[in-house]
Design a protein around this ligand. Structure first.
Ligand SMILES: Nc1nc2c(ncn2[C@@H]2O[C@H](COP(=O)(O)OP(=O)(O)OP(=O)(O)O)[C@@H](O)[C@H]2O)c(=O)[nH]1
Length: 249
């Protein structure tokens, strides 16, 4: 769904893949490091609500159909301010022979540095999609394992619950992802934490484990420590020279 009007706190960005988007692909505003996140999942699971909550802290409850909007905010990760772009996506369709991800959705996934896969605890089918969606995401990023967080939404709707969150937790564990059960309508902190953990993961991935400078330093051979025999010999030489000097005086 598309965010309803009047979100003046959110800056809208050009669609992924456009020339304007390509221009700021690595650095966000003010030269900050940029983390690009796509939010995917079945229709109606609360993707737009999740994005809006993360960006504005507000739950509005009424959203238009998704127009594939891209939004931005800044987040502090380990003392650094990162620019974050969040891409809301159209709901994934399911057909007899599996997932049907349109080209728009695939483009968003390819563009992203990380993905939030959302399902609703009130919709078992949306949960069943998670495994396939995760596989699809990784296939579009062959060669580099994309950070993914699985989010189980609508935890407040206990009376119509169809999925035990434990199932989500187990599945996320099998897929090697973090897992958050949230109620977008009732709790901002869990939503924030889900995005925060993902940003942290991307941030660590973006930073090379050791800088070229460090690597070069580690390649310079360290001076050999003198061996004990040599030390003893030199010590004896110095001692006898001193004795000679003393006796000659
Ligand atoms: N009770 C409750 N309702 C929620 C929650 N999150 C979202 N909703 C409602 O679920 C409905 C669908 O939310 P959307 O954010 O539009 O879902 P979507 O995944 O973007 O849907 P598509 O655009 O069709 O893919 C809306 O009526 C929201 O108000 C939640 O945590 N609790």
């Amino acid at each position: 769904m598309r965010l309803i009007q009047n979100m003046c706190t959110i800056a809208e960005y050009p669609a992924p893949g456009s020339a304007a988007a390509a221009a700021d692909c690595c650095l966000g505003a003010a030269g900050r490091r940029l983390v690009k996140i796509a939010v995917v999942g079945a229709s109606g699971v609360g993707k737009t609500a999740l994005v809006v909550r993360f960006l504005t802290k507000r739950f509005i409850g009424d959203y238009e159909r998704n127009a594939g909007n891209l939004y931005t905010r800044q987040v502090q990760i380990e003392g650094e301010t990162l620019a974050i772009q969040v891409q809301d996506t159209p709901g994934v369709q399911v057909h007899e022979n599996g997932l049907s991800c349109g080209e728009q959705l695939n483009r968003c996934i390819r563009w992203a540095d990380a993905v939030v896969i959302v399902f609703s605890v009130t919709d078992y089918k949306s949960y069943e999609l998670i495994g396939q969606l995760h596989q699809h995401v990784q296939q579009l990023h062959l060669g580099s394992r994309l950070p993914v967080v699985v989010v189980a939404n609508k935890a407040d709707l206990l009376h119509v619950k169809q999925v035990d969150p434990q199932l989500g937790l187990q599945l996320a564990g099998v897929l090697g992802c973090s897992f958050y059960e949230v109620s977008v309508s009732e709790n901002y902190n869990d939503v924030y934490n889900a995005f925060h953990v993902l940003c942290k993961e991307v941030s660590h991935k973006q930073q090379p484990s050791s800088t070229p400078e460090k690597r070069r330093t580690s390649l310079i051979p360290r001076p050999k420590s003198p061996n004990m025999q040599d030390l003893k010999r030199r010590f004896k030489q110095a001692l006898s020279a001193k004795v000679r000097t003393v006796t000659s005086v």
